[in-house]
Design a protein around this ligand. Structure first.
Ligand code: G6P
Length: 609
């Protein structure tokens, strides 16, 4: 996601800030900016693209100062542009800030501020915060108190670093549901979204908790609560990580870090569409774009996104009662697909840059039909061609093998399906409430799945030398079997095939012997007994069976390899059944000594055919 670094020092901080931003580059970003206070003025430079572009700008328009803040932006509200890049100021340019997170009530606040005569310069949710602080300052409130009051008005997640031209030598930093920490240096102190930004200067760190403010000066840091301004006493901890360890948040690989980020991403996806404490699904963009008479959704995608699309077909057809077809984008673009008047073509893509998916979208656009995307990258090529884009809020995915993008795509599909179901009048309130309960329980259930890794490590140890694997699932978990097989082959180089369990008798069963294990994805479902019958057929041929289920007792007499997931409605199970398969692939690849984050021959984004 976005990155923040700030410094209060006795030396010029601009070069230190730029280096701090470079340490945050791994997080992914689309623009960067910097501000320094000098002679009672705030000097700001911002540019789109890489930090090198910002450096070019600084070479042409050098700025300096002893106090400064800097930011790398990963667009969420508003395309990547100079105007949308941080830092943002208030109307009078008295304060200036950088922000990570999402302000949920920004539109309400923006409307109020506009009514007060304030003119906005950007499309971001962030500018609401700087304008709000400026508004309180104008009413005679002091700098720190104005920041605190503004934060009391905000709903959503935010990490902030704020400067004032009237109080040089000070940064006010605030955290709510987005990480922020303070680095204690010698004759200087730091603020950053993650410790990598200042690790070369200090390893003494104080982590802010939600609802805490830090007032950072060169020699001192004071802490208060946002809610009532009470002073807090906080202790520093010593960090022993090097920079690379810190970028992976202590995980040995980005893939493992990204797998473990999934519960929080689910929370973010839901938070973006439900107001705090309310049950109303806010998707005005969908209401405007998708008409209730829609009768067909063509989904086009590649790779893991194609598997998410297949799960999406089950979800949308079950919840919204709209016919869905799913195509590999590379096939769709070379046939004569039926793209009817009342259809929408939905591109599902993490990067928004996959060549075949882009070509498929363009083709539909040329036919004059509606296109929309579910995408992780704001402003990417595919989103520029679609009439509606639903962003997945997963943050940059660095590991080539996709994990968190898949989960965020599924979460977005659930919301889309529920919204269309409501619009079409096929979803009554009790079903809506049931779906909502299932969705809201997913982050907690997924956390419990991810905490239970020992069984999967055992599987990896036992089966690491196998050359082949079969993955079986039925219904909404058939695509999960495909995704489990894909993850294993991508990173461990073991040949793996995914199949709908009902098809096993039509071919794959010929392969089964004591060297060919099968993973069965079998949560409680309408076809549960049929999947169990498949299991018996495999055991009768000496094949090992590994089971992902929420009915472990049903399998104990057949196999010692059982991974238990929590109780869940079958329709909402794929997020919980996929995570153990991601981890199984990860630990198997680890045992086989594979290059996990960058597997051989694979690219993160396939931008050529
Ligand atoms: C590549 C990546 C996969 C990804 C696929 C589709 O093959 O290695 O992880 O699923 O492209 O990418 P997209 O960005 O369109 O989802």
């Amino acid at each position: 996601m976005c990155g923040i670094v700030g410094i209060v020092s006795s030396r010029d901080v601009v070069g230190v800030l730029v280096n701090g931003l470079k340490m945050l580059e791994y997080r992914g970003y689309d623009s960067a900016g910097i501000a320094a206070v000098n002679g009672g003025e705030i000097l700001i430079e911002r540019n789109i693209g890489k930090i090198a572009n910002l450096e070019d700008l600084l070479a042409k328009h050098p700025i300096s100062g002893n106090t400064g803040i800097a930011h790398t932006r990963w667009a969420t509200h508003g395309v990547p542009s100079v105007n949308n890049a941080h830092p943002h100021t208030d109307q009078s340019s008295v304060v200036c800030l950088v922000h990570n997170g999402i302000i949920e009530n920004y539109q309400v606040l923006k409307d109020k501020l506009i009514a007060e005569g304030i003119a906005f310069q950007s499309e971001t949710d962030t500018e609401v915060i700087s304008q709000l602080i400026g508004f309180y300052l104008k009413n005679g409130t002091g700098f720190e108190e104005a920041v605190r009051q503004a934060c009391c008005d905000l709903e959503g997640s935010y990490a902030l670093a704020v400067l004032s031209k009237n109080e040089t030598g000070k940064i006010v930093a605030v955290r709510n549901q987005t990480p922020l920490c303070i680095g204690l240096g010698k004759d200087e102190n730091f603020v950053a979204s993650d410790i990598t930004a200042f690790l070369e200067h200090t390893k003494e760190v104080i982590y802010l908790n939600d609802g805490e403010i830090a007032v950072v000066t060169r020699d001192d840091v004071k802490f208060r609560t946002v809610k009532d301004g009470n002073e807090l006493d906080k202790q520093a901890v010593h960090i022993s990580w090097d920079v690379e360890e810190a970028q992976k948040a202590g995980y040995p690989h980005y893939m493992l870090k990204e797998i473990n980020q999934q519960p929080l991403i689910l929370v973010d996806v839901l938070r973006g569409r439900f107001r705090v404490g309310e049950d109303e699904l806010e998707m005005p963009d969908v209401e405007e774009f998708v008409t209730p008479d829609i009768d067909h959704i063509n989904i086009v995608a590649c790779g893991t996104s194609w598997h998410a699309s297949l799960v999406g077909k089950f979800i949308i057809e079950a919840i919204a009662r709209v016919h869905v077809s799913v195509d590999y984008a590379s096939e769709f673009r070379y046939r004569s697909p039926m793209v009817d008047d009342n259809s929408i073509t939905l591109a599902i893509t993490q990067s928004g840059e996959t060549a075949d998916t882009l070509a498929a979208v363009r083709m539909v656009q040329d036919l004059g039909r509606k296109t929309m995307s579910i995408c992780n990258v704001v402003g990417s090529s595919i989103t520029r061609h679609c009439g509606l884009n639903l962003y997945t809020q997963a943050g940059p995915e660095i590991s080539v093998a996709s994990t968190k993008a898949f989960t965020s795509q599924l979460a977005t599909i659930y919301l889309l399906a529920i919204k269309i179901g409501i619009m079409r009048g096929v979803l009554d309130d009790s079903l809506f409430q049931h779906y909502l309960r299932e969705l809201r329980a997913l982050p907690r259930k997924l956390t419990s799945v991810l905490e239970n890794v020992e069984e999967l490590k055992r599987w990896a140890k036992y089966f690491q030398k196998k050359q082949n694997f079969l993955f079986l699932g039925r219904g909404v978990n058939y695509p999960v079997a495909l995704e489990g097989a894909l993850k294993l082959k991508e990173i461990s180089y073991i040949h793996a095939e995914g199949y709908p369990a009902g098809e096993m008798k039509h071919g794959p069963i010929a392969l089964i012997d004591d060297e060919f294990p099968t993973v069965i994805v079998a949560p409680a479902s309408a076809t549960f007994d049929k999947v169990k019958a498949n299991l018996e057929e495999i055991l009768a041929r000496d094949g090992d069976v590994l089971v992902i289920t929420n009915q472990p007792d049903e399998f104990r007499r057949y196999t010692p390899f059982i991974f238990t997931i929590p109780e869940v409605d079958e329709l909402f199970s794929p997020i919980l059944t996929t995570a153990p398969l991601q981890l199984f692939a990860y630990y198997t690849a680890l045992r086989r000594g594979c290059h996990i984050d960058q597997p051989r021959n694979l690219a993160k984004s396939v931008v050529v055919e």
